[in-house]
Write a protein that binds this ligand. Structure first.
Ligand code: NAD
Length: 470
């Protein structure tokens, strides 16, 4: 499949749909999406997501809509490397950082100004919109400061990592009338979209309950424990960092607010549970015996972006998964009660032999069963399917889901279209804003508070939902 050709065809269609909406004078106002005046775009946080998901594709694929005017990162070396990687088109068409080369090859176009100070960037290059792709716990600072300085904000999930951040964001949204997009690419997956369509069509009647099991395999699951994500104060645990995707899907499918959360969590595989430890893999004396040894030097782009920049911030991208400091959970179980009485049972397990999800939704008329396995060692190819069962019928309907090309199952390019072509059609309401950002992260926050306190937590104990618009 010619992925680039498909991407361009889809984008041309969306651009013309947006233009047509303006031409027929619909209520939807076309901003600078199509036409000569481009949105001035900046990025804060120029790690792999900032470059691969946003920076490189924005410059390569959306030059009609956006102009990249500035890049900012606390690491002065990394932001310079990122600038070259973005202009060298280091993200492949799937949105992953290319693994060959290190970005020092021919960079195209004019240099993008780089900064280590956010205010200086905003005051110097006057962006209209800023993408926040820093470490999770630091999103809030830039979202609020960016709005204060007059910018619209695009924030990677999670929107907040604790209840104090959530409250501060609610207050800031009341104070500043700026546009906020929270980038929940998981709403764009084939199974997530199919579930939404089937629920909207009333195929299983009124929804009563959902069982959602998330599995992170040894490769993917372990990667969180190597990096800053392993520290609760940075990521809010995987229940916020990772599961906020799934809690957002649930909120979107269920169409109601979470009310009460109870959870259990354990650290069984990593951190202090390990047999030995070191600061990072490269210098470790247990390389031969460690099942999680990972050689970052086999990845030239990661060496350039992280190893060569270690001197500036001391951050090891190949950190030891058995570090004593790791204080998040690899094994979790969560229960959520919603305002419309829907009951959810959710679990997340990291370091298991398959990658993907099983999701079942039970309603008044029937049931949906979803298997979405990206990688599984015993069965090929990977499978993604939805089975619809009705109480009144003796047969079920199996709907295989096509596997799409691209990062996160093709979801990343779809959400970029929605973010960069603002008035393109959105029939399933996949675009998400501050309310969705808060309501997804608050489930994860309530879950880890429940684990800490050993009791159920009401959302109302943490935030005042009535203050959230939308
Ligand atoms: N939606 C998705 O599927 C998805 C996938 C990956 C990452 N993400 C999100 O993207 C964000 C970045 O992830 P990543 O994998 O690129 O991480 P990363 O560690 O590779 O990059 C983060 C960058 O932010 C910089 N940074 C950290 N604190 C900062 C601060 N206070 N001010 C300015 N810069 C700061 C770091 O120096 C680094 O360059 C995270 O919030 C993560 O949750 C989302």
């Amino acid at each position: 499949m010619n992925n680039r050709k498909n991407t361009l065809t889809r984008r041309s269609f969306l651009e013309s749909s947006a233009a047509m909406a303006a031409a027929v004078g619909t209520a939807t106002k076309i901003r600078a999406a199509v036409g000569p005046s481009r949105t001035r775009l900046a990025i804060v946080g120029t790690g792999s997501r900032g470059i691969g998901m946003w920076g490189s594709p924005a410059v390569r694929d959306y030059s009609k809509q956006v102009e990249m005017v500035g890049l900012c990162d606390v690491n002065p070396k990394r932001v310079k490397v990122a600038e070259r990687m973005i202009r060298s088109n280091m993200a492949d068409m799937d949105g992953h950082l290319r693994t060959e080369g290190d970005g020092s090859s021919a960079a195209k176009g004019s240099e993008i100004p780089v900064f280590t100070d956010f205010d200086e960037m905003v005051n110097t290059v006057s962006p209209d919109r800023i993408i926040v792709t820093t470490m999770d716990s630091t999103h809030i600072h830039y979202v609020i400061r960016g709005m204060e300085l007059g910018c619209d904000m695009i924030c990677e999930k999670p929107f907040a990592t604790d209840e104090e951040q959530s409250k501060a964001l609610i207050s800031a949204c009341e104070k500043y009338d700026k546009n906020i997009a929270v980038t929940f690419n998981a709403r764009y997956g084939t199974s997530a979209t199919k579930i939404k369509e089937l629920l909207n069509a009333g195929e299983i009647g009124e929804l009563y309950s959902v069982d959602y099991a998330e599995y992170l395999d040894d490769d993917h699951g372990t990667s969180y424990f190597r990096r800053w994500h392993g520290i609760k104060e940075n990521s809010g645990t995987l229940l916020v960092h990772k599961a906020s995707h799934h809690f957002d899907q649930l909120n979107w499918w269920i169409g109601a607010d979470p009310v009460e959360i109870s959870a259990q969590g354990e650290l069984r595989r990593y951190g202090r549970r390990g047999p030995f430890r070191h600061a990072n893999c490269r210098l470790c004396s247990h390389k031969e015996s460690c099942g999680h040894y990972w050689d970052i030097t086999e990845h030239p782009h990661l060496v350039k972006l992280y190893v060569d920049c270690e001197g500036e911030d001391g951050y090891f991208r190949d950190g030891c998964v058995y570090r004593n400091a790791i204080n998040i959970y690899d094994t979790t179980s969560v229960q959520v009660r919603y305002s419309n009485k829907v009951l959810v049972t959710y679990s997340l397990n990291a370091g298991v032999p398959l990658e993907g999800q099983t999701i079942t939704l039970n309603g008044s008329k029937g049931r949906l069963e979803v298997r979405n396995y990206a990688r599984q060692p015993w069965e090929a190819p990977a499978r993604a399917e939805v089975r619809l069962m009705r109480n009144s019928e003796s047969h079920s309907t199996l709907m295989p889901l096509a596997r799409r090309q691209g990062s996160h199952g093709g979801s990343d390019s779809l959400i970029r279209d929605h973010v960069f072509i603002p008035d393109s059609p959105d029939p399933l309401k996949q675009r998400a804003g501050a309310r969705a950002g808060i309501m997804s992260s608050i489930i994860g926050i309530a879950a880890y508070r429940s684990i800490e306190k050993g009791r159920p937590i009401k959302v109302a104990e943490l935030i005042d939902v009535s203050r959230l618009r939308g």
